[in-house]
Design a protein around this ligand. Structure first.
Ligand code: SF4
Ligand code: SF4
Length: 209
């Protein structure tokens, strides 16, 4: 059996006009959602994914971020440097020195994986988003530019006062307390004479001829 089509016309003349006017009135009384950007800056959450900042002092060139980036848009170059032994007889060590760190924001999809996987807290989200370019090549931000974005990264939220003390801070505090206690201890008087040290009185007794 064929389905009957819905009626295309209302039973009451002018009801369509009334409905339209009702929609207009309802919309007129609602708060506007139009953003007046760029005259008015949008009120964004502080952790907005705008651009990525690099704190290169923390970067050990472990390459984890570049390997995990799904878009392969992080470019890192480095070289090895030999560090002399810390103590005589010790071994020389080698460390990676960063030569280039760049992110191509024309490829980046703002997934945040690089920031999540960085084990040394060297990458951060900044809410800055006004870096549009007319040349796509300028969207590759080199390390200096990425370092500049760090100044726009908001401060971390305050720690929960009821939270457990982080292990690293507890360990550092204990070490500092031990050092302070060791420095505060009085040095013991010397009881045993050192080899070659005279054992008798060093000054002639009073009245001796
Ligand atoms: S946010 Fe995602 S796509 Fe962008 S650089 Fe990081 S890992 Fe790559
Ligand atoms: S994961 Fe972090 S430390 Fe490793 S290369 Fe990337 S930014 Fe540097």
């Amino acid at each position: 059996m064929a389905e009957s089509l819905p009626p295309t016309r209302s039973r009451f003349p002018g009801s369509g006009l009334a409905k339209g006017l009702a929609v207009t009135l309802r919309t007129m009384t609602r708060k506007t959602v139009t953003e007046q950007y760029p005259d008015v800056q949008p009120d964004l959450p502080p952790r907005t994914r705008g651009v990525i900042g690099l704190f290169e002092e923390n970067c050990t060139v472990c390459m984890l971020c570049a390997r995990e980036c799904p878009d392969w848009c992080i470019y890192i170059d480095s070289h090895k440097e030999t560090v002399p032994a810390a103590a005589p007889g010790g071994r020389e060590r080698s460390r990676n020195v960063l030569d280039r760190f760049a992110i191509d924001f024309s490829l980046c999809m703002y997934c945040g994986i690089c920031i999540e996987v960085c084990p040394f807290d060297a990458l951060f989200w900044s809410p800055e988003f006004e870096y549009a370019e007319t040349d796509i090549r300028d969207l590759t931000h080199e390390r200096d530019k990425l370092r500049e974005w760090m100044w726009t990264v908001p401060a971390p939220p305050a720690l929960d006062p009821a939270a457990e003390e982080p292990k690293e801070i507890a360990a550092a505090r204990k070490t500092a307390e031990k050092l302070a206690a060791a420095q505060a201890e009085p040095t013991e008087p010397q009881t045993e004479p050192r080899p070659g040290q005279p054992t008798g009185p060093t000054a002639p007794e009073a009245g001796a001829s």
